[in-house]
Write a protein that binds this ligand. Structure first.
Ligand code: FRU
Length: 493
């Protein structure tokens, strides 16, 4: 029988006494995971008292989604994480079926969490927004005024059955929260609320409303100002495929434009998918003490089979590498968080090697936490192929086609097969990225069961894979003559 009553003490005790039971084969080195059980969205990502805090949607008792708790970790460098006690459990009438996603903000030296109380009644869900406060950043008290935003405040907008994922922020002397919902046509909607004290809220406006090409519900909004633009990121469900974009059942999208704070409306200038892999969802950002805008995402996708669950490894889900954001030419671009480089140990490298019909083999260079920085000159080539983490039977396949400027990442030939609710089984994705001075500049971050590609500092692809046997080689081949101008290989420690 599924558990239905939850307490903090019991949840924390369960984790402590059972975490040694997880199978470590696919466990990461520097990506956030739960000690045991299931995780999804990053929540409450915040810089508080000189440390980065990250909460996450958490069900400790199974490697499948269940009534949501908030797990909690913190870090000084976004690479080394310390496990903390669970922060929230669904133990109140207004959140009894789940403490759903939300965000965090500091006020008067205290940490406030704003999250969605999820309740199921007679086969319907009801969602409201709630607050919990902490003095020490570890122990949280839910406030007596909860829920602080409920159906009454909606004033006929949005939909109380799909009304979730508040992202709270301060602007001038006011607090605002963007909350995801949908309208009666099943188009996504982002609602804006305001408050002077984070407890008493009022409806401001419908910030943005989607159309039938933009998904049936929007999740996990985040609104921030960066490089002279307002950026609204969110995660639409079932946004229809368009060219190479939106192939996963749910996608992550950045809307770039300007908020008119008089009317509370977002004027969209451009929007695009944020990551072109198979496993990237529900990103959330923070601004740190150095005014960096940093994003982290759930490195997984809804409605897919999960090898660590199917193989009874007792855990599922991880977070992406944190990435620093910038806006360039009305697009959101990501670069790896700079602290990852200070934790890199370089082991191997060379310059100016030509790859032709005869493949170039690099043996025994790929480990669990390998980093590769590659610069390839493709002026004399029509394509470049890289088999990564290769053993006799398996490898990830990376391919760049010079004529179409399309980069492909495929997990078809590696590990356990993963299927999902998408119409076709997705084993690969593609992205359009032009060369820069006829060069392909690729950064590869591999952790045990994930790969994150940063391509020409323009696009990213994030994917999980679960190899059956360890693959340690890299093999390059090309049509025409590609030159590896430089390659450096190291490990993140
Ligand atoms: C997004 C999401 C959120 C919700 C949470 C529940 O992945 O569906 O909209 O709050 O997960 O775990």
């Amino acid at each position: 029988m599924k558990k239905s009553k939850f307490t903090l003490d019991e949840a924390n005790r369960f984790v402590e006494t059972n975490k040694h039971k997880v199978n470590r084969k696919y466990r990461h080195h520097y990506h956030v995971m739960a000690p045991i059980g299931w995780i999804n969205d990053p929540n409450g990502f915040v810089y508080f008292q000189d440390e980065y805090h990250l909460f996450f949607q958490y069900y400790p008792y199974d490697s499948q989604w269940g009534p949501m708790h908030w797990g909690h970790v913190k870090s000084k460098d976004l690479i080394h994480w310390e496990e903390l006690p669970i922060a929230l459990v669904p133990d109140q009438p207004y959140d009894k079926d789940g403490c759903f996603s939300g965000s965090a903000i500091e006020k008067d030296g205290k940490l406030y969490l704003m999250y969605t109380g999820h309740v199921e009644k007679e086969n319907k869900t009801y969602q409201t927004q709630c607050i919990a406060i902490s003095e020490d950043g570890i122990h949280f008290d839910k406030v007596a005024q909860n829920p602080v935003i409920d159906a009454k405040l909606l004033k006929g907008h949005g939909n109380i059955h799909d009304f979730r994922d508040p992202k709270v922020f301060q602007r001038e002397n006011k607090y605002y929260s963007v909350v995801a919902s949908k309208n009666e046509l099943n188009h996504g909607q982002i609602l804006l609320f305001e408050s002077n004290d984070l407890i008493s809220w009022s409806f401001t406006s419908i910030l943005l409303e989607g159309d039938e090409t933009q998904g049936i519900m929007w999740e996990c909004p985040d609104l921030f100002y960066l490089d002279g633009k307002d950026v609204l990121i969110m995660s639409p469900i079932q946004i229809p495929k368009k060219g190479l974009s939106y192939h996963n059942v749910s996608s992550t999208v950045a809307f770039i434009g300007e908020v008119d704070w008089e009317t509370g409306k977002f004027q969209v200038e451009n929007y695009h998918e944020i990551d072109f892999g198979l496993d990237f969802y529900a990103p959330q950002t923070l601004e740190d003490d150095q005014h960096r805008r940093i994003m982290i995402a759930w490195m997984q996708m809804w409605h897919r089979t999960l090898p660590t669950h199917d193989l009874d490894h007792k855990w599922a889900g991880a977070m992406s590498l944190p990435r620093e954001l910038r806006v360039k030419e009305n697009r959101l671009v990501q670069k790896p968080i700079s602290m990852v480089y200070t934790n890199l140990e370089y082991q191997y490298g060379f310059e100016n090697v030509t790859v032709g019909q005869t493949p170039v083999y690099l043996r025994q260079v790929v480990h669990d936490n390998t980093y590769v920085h590659l610069v390839a000159d493709l002026s004399q080539a029509t394509s470049l192929d890289i088999q990564f983490a290769k053993n006799i039977h398996e490898s990830l396949q990376l391919h760049y086609d010079v004529a179409t400027e399309i980069f492909t990442l495929s997990r078809e030939d590696v590990g356990y097969s993963i299927t999902g609710t998408e119409k076709d089984v997705l084993v690969q994705r593609q992205v359009h990225v032009p060369l820069v001075n006829q060069q392909l500049v690729l950064e590869i971050f591999r952790d045990t069961s994930s790969i994150e590609l940063f391509i020409n500092a323009l696009e990213t692809m994030t994917m999980t894979f679960y190899e059956i046997e360890a693959g340690n080689d890299i093999v390059f081949s090309s049509e025409g003559n590609a030159t590896i101008s430089s390659i450096e290989i190291g490990q993140v420690r």
